[in-house]
Write a protein that binds this ligand. Structure first.
Ligand SMILES: [Zn+2]
Length: 418
């Protein structure tokens, strides 16, 4: 594998600001995603992938042509071009640490908004660092995220494409490539149908660390709660005003914090996560995320919200609280059962490389959750990324290289096992 070129690709992609915006009307939500997509199309064409194109929504689609004459199953590789809005991705200055010696990593610039205080990637919070000694690590300077989620995935897919285009002796079927926009704001496949991908199975390269296959994701709903008060000038408010801010504070305080909250749960436990609040005396809107591996349990989470609202309304009888709950994505486990080869061939491909796959669950969603729901089984593979969405995000070049080799082996496996 060409590790040097993989690193150069990754550094090139993270420098383009593709931060997704939560409330943007436009699609994609930020122009940088279009810019990165254009670059990827140019690079694909330069590799000889002739049908590479960016559609009107900014999604990049392309086909690595088969090297076998007989029909072989079409597989797809997918990653997303946007980065999380939780930490800015504007002005990313990647730091390359060669031959990491172990220990905490002090990032050179100050923490966002706190001049003088440096961000430290601590081993105590990142036990995987102990397995990365001797690796080449990439971080941001501490003022932005790195964007390995999911530009590590992009770089891995692009480099495996380059490798396959340069080594036409490798036996594989047609491989579709798909680079999506706005995954981080839940709109990754909004303008994509599985027919456009045209594959039997798809693999997102959007996972953690190395050798992991995510075979389950959360099922997800979003609750938009509108709390209306009674607004009147404070000078004459006695006995008449109902302040929606106080209603909202009361409502939020009633939600469980020692259970059913992301801060209090792990493994297979779901949660209710207040994400955003906006508004004033007259009206407040709160957005909450409902998550669980058992889809049916989302209804009981919604019930917790309604009970909290009922209790709040006893305190504020003139207020109104309305709910709008929408489905975001479903746990991919059910859909993956329809095409067991999607996961088993990913495991076999790693076995070919003398490595062992670890099947894991994601406490989140991927583009694959939606694609699987739409009938395209799409497990998620490791991308070498760690501590994503944060200024302390880091990636291991060695783990990224392992994923490049994995994708190449996976393409071979789908022909060898057919
Ligand atoms: Zn991602």
């Amino acid at each position: 594998m060409n590790t040097r070129r993989l690193l150069q690709r990754f550094l090139r992609y993270v420098k383009i600001d593709t931060t997704a915006r939560m409330d943007a009307k436009a699609y994609p939500s930020s122009p940088g995603q279009l810019k990165l997509g254009r670059l990827l199309v140019c690079e694909l064409k330069a590799l000889g992938v002739e049908d590479a194109r960016q559609d009107t929504f900014g999604i990049v689609l392309a086909t690595v042509p088969a090297t076998v004459a007989e029909p072989a199953p079409t597989i797809a590789f997918c990653s997303h071009m946007d980065t999380s809005p939780e930490t800015t991705g504007k002005g990313v200055k990647p730091q390359v640490i060669r031959n990491y010696r172990g220990g905490d990593i002090v990032l050179p610039a100050g923490a966002p908004g706190i001049p003088g205080r440096q961000q430290v990637i601590q081993v105590s919070e990142n036990p995987e660092l102990t397995k990365a000694i001797g690796h080449t690590l990439i971080t941001s300077d501490g003022t932005t995220l790195l964007g390995a989620d999911d530009k590590a995935g992009l770089a891995i897919i692009m480099e495996s494409t380059a490798w396959l285009m340069e080594h036409r002796e490798i036996v594989h079927g047609p491989i579709r490539l798909c680079f999506t926009c706005d995954e981080e704001v839940g709109r990754g496949v909004e303008h994509l149908n599985v027919g456009q991908i045209g594959a039997l199975v798809c693999y997102t390269v959007d996972g953690h660390g190395s050798n992991e296959i995510d075979v389950e994701t959360f099922s997800a709903e979003t609750a938009e709660v509108t709390l209306r008060g009674v607004n009147i000038h404070p000078s004459i408010a006695k006995g008449r005003m109902t302040n929606a801010l106080r209603v909202a504070a009361d409502f939020l305080a009633r939600l469980p914090r020692d259970r059913l909250a992301p801060e209090a749960t792990d493994m297979r436990d779901g949660f209710i996560h207040p994400l955003e609040i906006s508004g004033g005396v007259g009206e407040v809107k709160i957005r909450l995320l409902l998550r669980d591996f058992e889809t049916a349990r989302l209804e009981s989470h919604a019930q917790v919200l309604r009970q909290a609202a009922d209790a709040t309304l006893l305190e504020f009888p003139a207020a109104r609280i309305d709910f709008d709950i929408t489905r975001t994505y479903l746990n991919m486990a059910d859909g993956l059962r329809c095409e067991p080869r999607a996961v088993s061939y990913a495991e076999k491909a790693l076995t070919r490389l003398g490595r062992t796959a670890q099947k894991t669950i994601v406490r989140g969603g991927t583009d694959g959750s939606r694609l699987t729901e739409l009938g395209l089984p799409t497990p998620n593979l490791s991308s070498g990324a760690h501590s994503i969405h944060s200024p302390k995000e880091w990636a291991s070049l060695e783990e990224m290289t392992l994923s490049v080799a994995w994708l190449v082996a996976l393409a071979e496996t789908w022909v060898a096992e057919k």
